[in-house]
Design a protein around this ligand. Structure first.
Ligand code: CP
Length: 308
């Protein structure tokens, strides 16, 4: 592939190979082994039209640990503020001949549109409620390192599924790899085409969490909601917030995950977020290794690549 636009379109074999490659990058990502030079002489531009802490910084570190020249485009102080369009911005950057563009945008499909206009490789770092493929890969790597496998596991994805690109990419990846997916949310926070997902759907945490191997919490994305249906925080936490009592319904060794940023006390109790079953910080750490793997895999398809 020239681009990574989504989990959709990747085969289970390709996903498994990316996870294996990410596993090999962990020592370098942790700086136990020295920096690699796979991307030496290559230019990576991070173009984020939406806020990010984890994704942008881990893509920057991943590129640097592979020897790339990495530039972070500061969108908030760019000519986007003067009305330049997404495509004009991308064509302008394209004219400077980068090798890889890492793009986050608030509109679903915007990254794919951009990929059709530029000559370099494009990585989707999150487009609206559509996909966030590297998040699903780092989640899968974290799960696989703890459970030794993905197939046969029961993964409960809970909360604001309607607005979540993380949920969509995770459903595609984990179901493709043989996991059972349960989606737990109030009906207002489920996508309208929920039956297309092929997952089991629950409105009640108590039934949905029973015997789950993994509990993946999602942020309530209030910025994407119209005021009319933003739930009351106190009520939301009572019914859908993960606290110790609800977590006790899952398997005793169930992993607690959250892609971040977390709303403590809204979808997750701080005691659980910081508790012994939480792998939330490890997810962040795996983000660097996974993004190194994706960059390295795409680098093999860049023109004039010396890779085999
Ligand atoms: N999980 C995630 O994408 O976090 P950021 O929005 O901070 O990048």
């Amino acid at each position: 592939h020239q681009h990574l636009l989504g989990i959709e379109g990747l085969s289970p074999l390709e996903i498994g190979s990316l996870l294996d490659l990410a596993e090999e990058q962990i020592a370098v990502s942790r700086q136990i082994e020295k920096k690699k030079q796979t991307l030496r002489g290559r230019t990576q531009i991070n173009l984020f039209f939406e806020a990010s802490t984890r994704t942008q910084s881990s893509f920057e570190l991943a590129g640097k640990r592979l020897g790339a020249d990495v530039m972070n485009m500061a969108v908030s102080s760019s000519s986007v503020k003067k009305g330049e369009t997404l495509i004009d911005t991308a064509m302008t950057l394209n004219a400077m001949r980068p090798d890889i563009l890492v793009v986050r945008h608030h509109a679903a499909g915007a990254v794919e549109l951009l990929a059709q206009k530029v000559e370099c490789s494009v990585i989707n770092a999150g487009d609206g409620a559509h996909e966030h493929p590297t998040q699903a890969l780092l989640d899968a790597l974290t799960i696989r390192r703890h459970k030794g496998r993905l197939d046969g596991l029961t993964v409960a994805i809970c909360g604001d599924i309607r607005h979540s690109r993380v949920a969509r990419s995770n459903i595609l990846l984990l179901m493709g790899m043989g996991a059972r997916i349960r989606l737990i949310a109030p009906s207002t926070l489920l996508p309208s085409n929920i039956e297309c997902y092929g997952a089991e759907v629950f409105n009640d945490m108590r039934t949905g969490l029973k015997d789950a191997d993994v509990v993946m919490m999602l942020r309530l994305q209030r910025e994407r909601m119209t005021a009319a249906y933003v739930p009351s925080i106190r009520e939301y936490f009572r019914y859908y917030g993960l606290d110790e009592e609800k977590l006790a319904l899952a398997k005793p060794d169930a992993l607690v995950m959250h892609p971040g940023p977390m709303n403590r006390g809204v979808e997750i109790d701080p005691l659980v977020a910081d508790g012994p079953q939480s792998v939330i910080r490890e997810q962040v750490e795996m983000g660097v290794a996974v993004r190194m793997a994706v960059l390295e895999a795409l680098a093999q398809h860049l023109p004039n690549s010396t890779q085999t």
